[in-house]
Design a protein around this ligand. Structure first.
Ligand code: SF4
Length: 358
């Protein structure tokens, strides 16, 4: 099947070169390409042929697909469906059972030896392989067959990469990740890239696909087959609470003064020091936040739900100091604000938000 190049396809969809350059720069940045290489990267990208992709979903929660599809348009995460030719996707397609099976066979036949295989979800193997089937065939069986015509495999999410939750002890379904199945010789060895995360960052998926399209190869990988530019550092290395960690200011409980002040969550079980990912810099919801920053988001929500009816949408427009605002609200002296019933906790969060917004 003849595929159009990325530039022609985007032009047909009304996406300008200028807006594409913005997306392309974000992807290049996550891939740690030098700024001087962005223009060349974009040009090559627009000329490149849209690669065929077959996406198989196994034992998973659909979070990896949701991660791509639930973003606000237009973003890189939406563009992923323009950049690639997504010829088969277990979760997004309307077909099921035998119709789905023949769609997969057709997609394989059309681009045999030339498609990328994306896998999300762990794969039940061994005697328990029958725990998950499609059209009567086990996930392992489908993977064994589909991998034969793949140019390379991209394991998306912690389950596909390393087994994830389905493989947690006692692992009743004998679930394993793609790399383990390759090591055990249960599926064919192919070039493999792992993009762990639960779910992985959408831009990690699109930037890796962009790299494959432009350079026809993987970016530099670590010993677990993860892109170094995304996974070399931990969340802890780039966390907004890191200065509290260095100053040994730790929250001891989720409702203590340290938690209200936004101190480090290490003593509450934070796994940031051992989690390799770029969430702290890329963030979620169009760069709004990530879980460790959620306290700050709570402040923004309180502001938007209560203050913007009379005050500016921009909290920096306040002329009064944040602590004075909170104190005024505490005192109950402003009659026009008597309808607002903030708890002491909420006032502290709001005060912190206004302070950090200045
Ligand atoms: S909150 Fe977690 S990731 Fe952030 S500095 Fe503390 S331990 Fe590190």
């Amino acid at each position: 099947m003849k595929k159009s190049n990325v530039g022609t396809y985007l032009a047909k969809r009304g996406i300008s070169r200028r807006s594409f350059l913005k997306y392309s720069s974000a992807m290049a940045s996550l891939l740690a390409l030098p700024s001087t290489a962005v223009a060349g990267f974009t040009n090559q990208f627009l000329k490149a042929k849209r690669p065929s992709v077959i996406w198989l979903s196994f034992q998973e929660c659909t979070g990896c697909t949701e991660s791509l599809t639930r973003s606000h348009a237009p973003t890189i995460e939406d563009l992923i469906f323009d950049i690639i030719s997504l010829d088969y996707h277990h979760t997004l397609q309307a077909a099921s059972g035998e119709a789905a099976e023949s769609a997969r066979q057709q997609a394989m036949e059309d681009a045999f030896g030339d498609y990328y295989l994306i896998v999300d979800g762990a794969v039940p193997a061994g005697e328990t392989a029958v725990c998950s089937t499609i059209s009567g065939r086990s996930n392992l069986d489908l993977l064994q067959e589909t991998i034969q015509g793949a140019k390379a495999v991209i394991a998306i999410g912690s389950c596909a990469a390393f087994g994830g939750l389905p493989a947690a002890d006692p692992n009743p379904t004998g679930a394993a990740g793609v790399s383990e199945l390759m090591e055990r010789g249960e599926i064919e060895q192919k070039p493999l890239i792992n993009l762990p995360g639960c779910p992985p960052l959408p831009v990690a998926i699109s930037s890796v696909l962009a790299h494959l399209v432009v350079f026809e190869g993987f970016p530099a990988l670590d010993d677990l087959n993860r892109p170094l530019s995304i996974y070399a550092k931990t969340v802890h290395d780039r966390c907004s609470r890191y200065h509290f960690y260095e100053n040994e200011q730790f929250a001891e409980r989720f409702d203590d003064e340290g938690a209200r002040q936004g101190w480090c969550l290490y003593k509450l079980g934070c796994k940031g020091p051992t989690t390799h990912n770029a969430c702290a810099v890329v963030k979620w919801n169009q760069g709004t936040s990530f879980p460790i920053d959620s306290r700050i988001q709570e402040g923004a929500q309180l502001y938007e739900e209560n203050c913007v009816y009379c005050h500016s949408f921009d909290p920096t427009d306040f002329k009064t100091a944040p602590d004075k605002i909170a104190d005024l609200l505490r005192s109950g002296d402003i009659r026009s604000h008597s309808r607002l019933q903030f708890s002491e906790d909420q006032l502290t969060i709001l005060e912190k938000y206004l302070e950090e917004s200045q």
